[in-house]
Write a protein that binds this ligand. Structure first.
Ligand SMILES: [Zn+2]
Length: 291
């Protein structure tokens, strides 16, 4: 009888442990990008105190060894910043438009991601972009929300239109998971200022994993590219449009200053751009189960 009671107690204890494991598993940050409700949330007043004077801590998270094949594969939406009627910054030292540099880097990043086995799509091909009518029409048919007064029928593929177009791509295959990365270069009046930065919106449902990603990016850029790198967890007011309106985990990377001699030499170097995009694609691979 005592043995039976002991066995029953052991069974109950095991069942208790399993139920706890379920609770723990449901509270982690994995697959945060797969939720339809991710991303566009009302701005939180709590975030108003969180500003650019408080970069994230440099601690690096443990990242998975390899992607978990049990979750839907990740597709990276690569946004080459600017282009068409919007050249971006045009510092004399850079000698070209920001848009040229971002598009070259986007193509290289796509190549590196393909080599890593990660699917990606360029938000534009450098030659054309979807018109305002096309975006609105497909958004309406797929049920993608947008604010009509923010859509402009002009020669510019605006940051807002890019965000809505990314949401359309996501809606076309709702079972897939997406990560949005926007590439840019910076400029500043003081030519001594150099380095990279990563921005994300602190109100995103995925802000914890985005924070881990950006912190890992900072560490890798400082260790391997030997460049100072800032991480900004932005409030709604501070956040870039694409990091708060793209309804998926979204990061904006500034690859360097077009006003700093060392950064310009790097941004114009195939070797440096190759190292930078390799680093970025490896990091995306490491986080591919978490977005
Ligand atoms: Zn830019």
């Amino acid at each position: 009888m005592k043995k039976l009671c002991a066995a029953a107690l052991l069974l109950m204890f095991c069942l208790f442990l399993f139920s706890c494991a379920d609770i723990w598993a449901s509270s982690d940050n994995t697959n945060c990008g797969s939720s339809d409700s991710d991303g566009i949330e009302a701005p939180s007043t709590a975030l108003s105190t969180d500003n650019r004077s408080a970069p994230d801590s440099p601690d690096s998270p443990d990242s998975p060894d390899s992607p978990d094949m049990s979750v839907a594969p990740l597709t990276v939406i690569i946004d080459a910043g600017h282009g068409f009627g919007d050249p971006g910054s045009q510092p004399a030292l850079l000698g070209c438009d920001e848009a040229e540099v971002t598009f070259g880097a986007a193509l290289l990043l796509q190549k590196k991601l393909t080599e890593q086995g990660i699917a990606s799509v360029l938000l534009h091909d450098g030659k054309s972009f979807p018109s305002c009518d096309e975006i609105c029409s497909e958004a309406d048919s797929l049920g993608v929300d947008y604010e009509a007064d923010k859509m402009r029928d002009d020669a510019v593929f605006s940051a807002y239109e890019r965000s809505i177009y990314a949401n359309i791509i996501k809606k076309r295959t709702p079972e897939a998971r997406y990560f949005y990365i926007s590439l840019h270069t910076n400029s500043f009046e003081d030519s001594g200022v150099s380095g990279l930065s990563a921005d994300y919106w602190g109100g995103s449902r995925c802000s914890a994993v985005l924070g881990d990603f950006c912190t890992s990016f900072k560490k890798a850029a400082e260790d391997f590219l030997k460049k100072e790198t800032a991480v900004w967890k932005d409030s709604w007011e501070e956040a870039f449009i694409v990091t708060k309106y793209a309804d998926m985990p979204s990061v904006l990377i500034e690859m360097g200053y077009g006003t700093n001699p060392r950064d310009v030499a790097d941004l114009k170097s195939e070797k440096w751009l190759s190292e930078f995009t390799s680093l970025l694609s490896r990091l995306i691979y490491d986080f591919s189960d978490s977005f």
